[in-house]
Write a protein that binds this ligand. Structure first.
Ligand code: IMP
Ligand code: MG
Length: 329
């Protein structure tokens, strides 16, 4: 199963992954992308904003891997390993590239990148270095030696053995270097295909692509946001958020059916997840039964299904991993 974001990131992928890790008994969870993306999880009354460790960590039996295509920030990686206590079940591909302090300095010093509203972690400059073929890789860093693994091999073996494997994407389609609102995008493709490519899993091995949308749209940084509402209006509607990673204000807009259709197409989604339904329809708070949702909330979900022609299988109704309606048979 692949999990991807449908808008500009921050759709609540962390929550959906943590639910699946617990509910579907995940055996393996593979993180892609880099440190610019923070995945938020509420678990056991505690909030985690993970930039490196896969969200499957909430299931103690789940093996955690970081893909060859990922880009690793060593201090952040080591901090999160400590925080989540996953040292003995975490593997990191030796080919993953390393993001260094100098990349962050280059990111922050660049007027061009500042104009795009980057997160400042240095992902763009670090990927440039990887493409130039002068990047440091995980296998070159002594502190990472205990974690090194062949992620593509382990992942494919697990799939072939019929284990439950989840590939964890980051950000959203509209931040994709290829399919997003260039130049206001991140330094990589964020689509489901790219997630597989980073992990080293071929398209014939994928059964399910779960595309995650939030019930309204948010975006941090600059670049177009159709039908954007003011911060005051966002606060009034209960949509105002700040970024889990950088603390910046998130801009917001109503759910966008046209963009959702396109994201569904490009990701080849087989299932949709819609999070934060309770922020648009307050009577949905912590609901776990679809039949008991108010009619207007059901109409909203049905319209998403009509427009995308893909079932909304998961609906988020609160922050906890288990505040969710699971509509799979
Ligand atoms: P960069 O990825 O730091 O280079 O930033 C490029 C653009 O992607 C900026 O608009 C960032 O705000 C946005 N961005 C990067 N990562 C995330 C994320 O995880 N969530 C939301 N926006 C992100
Ligand atoms: Mg995020």
């Amino acid at each position: 199963m692949v999990i991807a974001g449908g808008f500009w990131g921050d759709e609540g992928k962390g929550k959906i992954i943590s639910y699946l890790a617990l509910k579907d008994g995940l055996d393996l969870c593979v993180r892609t992308g880099s440190v610019n993306a923070a995945h938020t999880i509420w678990f056991g009354g505690k909030r985690y904003a993970l930039h490196m460790v896969p969200c499957g960590f909430v299931n103690e039996k789940c093996r955690l891997l970081i893909a060859a295509g990922a880009n690793v920030h060593v201090p952040q990686f080591l901090n999160e390993v400590e925080l989540t206590g996953v040292k003995n079940r975490l593997g990191l591909d030796g080919q993953a590239s390393i993001i260094e302090e100098k990349h962050s300095a280059q990111d922050k010093a660049s007027e061009h990148l500042k104009g795009l509203g980057t997160t400042g972690w240095g992902v763009g400059p670090s990927i440039e270095e990887r493409v130039r073929r002068t990047a440091k890789l995980a296998k070159d860093v002594p502190e990472l030696a205990p974690y090194l693994a062949d992620v593509a091999l382990e992942t494919n073996q697990a799939i072939d053995a019929g284990k439950e494997v989840l590939l964890e994407g980051t950000q959203g389609l509209l931040l994709s270097l290829f399919h997003g609102s260039y130049p206001y995008v991140t330094g990589r493709d964020t689509s489901a295909s790219a997630i597989c490519s980073e992990a080293g899993v071929g398209p014939t091995k994928v059964d399910k692509v779960v595309l995650v949308f939030k019930s309204f749209v948010t975006r941090v940084g600059t670049g177009p946001l159709p039908n954007e509402i003011s911060k005051e209006e966002a606060i009034k509607r209960g949509w105002f958020e700040t970024a889990a990673g950088t603390g910046r204000d998130r801009r917001s807009a109503p759910f966008n059916f046209e963009l959702a259709r396109r994201a569904t197409m490009i990701n080849g989604a087989t299932h949709l997840a819609v999070t934060k339904l309770d922020c648009v329809f307050s009577q949905c708070q912590r609901a776990r039964d679809y039949e008991r949702l108010p009619l207007e909330a059901k109409h909203f979900i049905e319209r998403i299904e009509d427009e995308t022609r893909v079932p909304v299988s998961f609906i988020g109704t609160g922050p906890d991993a288990l505040d969710l309606i699971d509509r799979r048979e």
